[in-house]
Design a protein around this ligand. Structure first.
Ligand SMILES: CC(C)(COP(=O)(O)OP(=O)(O)OC[C@H]1O[C@@H](n2cnc3c(N)ncnc32)[C@H](O)[C@@H]1OP(=O)(O)O)[C@@H](O)C(=O)NCCC(=O)NCCS
Length: 147
């Protein structure tokens, strides 16, 4: 398994990025300014993209593991990689997600704690309702972990 940074033609990974954020124009808002990593084992398995949000906060804007490789520890491996890579450079590793039973337990299992909520983020910014595991995503829930 290897994790490497991708600097050119990040849009090549759009199919995987769309798993983590299902509206392409929302992804295009952070694709250029973000730092992208891919995990290969030996083929492409996962992607993640982080941005500097200022004040010592590094934010995971997108993390996605291909469907057939989920629940095998790759998502956690990507979080572990970010912690090692950015320890001492940022104060906080932050992730924003819908209040979904598929993603909140993942972040909590990786040691993140809920910090704040942006009400109605999904219903205001996305052009269609997003359901995950039958739940309509409404608010953006932020979770944080010290780095
Ligand atoms: C969320 C996601 C990145 C997690 O990656 P993953 O490789 O499947 O997760 P891991 O195998 O590393 O899981 C680590 C732990 O998180 C928790 N977890 C992961 N997925 C979970 C789920 N669907 N339901 C409940 N807990 C979950 C478990 O505690 C798990 O440990 P366990 O498998 O030993 O029980 C992956 O499922 C994914 O790509 N989903 C679609 C895209 C997405 O929603 N991205 C997040 C956008 S914010």
């Amino acid at each position: 398994m290897q994790i490497r940074q991708v600097t050119a033609r990040k849009e090549r990974y759009m199919e995987l990025l769309l798993l983590g954020d299902e509206q392409e124009d929302m992804i295009l808002r952070y694709l250029d300014r973000g730092t992208m990593y891919v995990l290969e084992d030996p083929d492409l398995v996962a992607v993640c993209l982080v941005t500097d949000e200022g004040d010592g906060v590094l934010e995971i804007k997108n993390i996605a593991v291909s469907p057939q490789a989920q629940r095998k520890g790759y998502g956690r491996a990507m979080i572990d990689f970010l912690q090692t890579r950015y320890r001492g450079q940022y104060r906080i590793l932050q992730a924003g997600t819908g209040d979904s039973p598929l993603t909140i337990p993942f972040y909590e299992s990786c040691g993140f704690c809920r910090s704040h909520v942006v009400p109605d983020f999904f219903t205001n910014h996305y052009d269609h309702p997003i359901y995950e595991a039958g739940v309509l995503l409404r608010d953006m829930v932020y979770l944080q972990k010290p780095l």
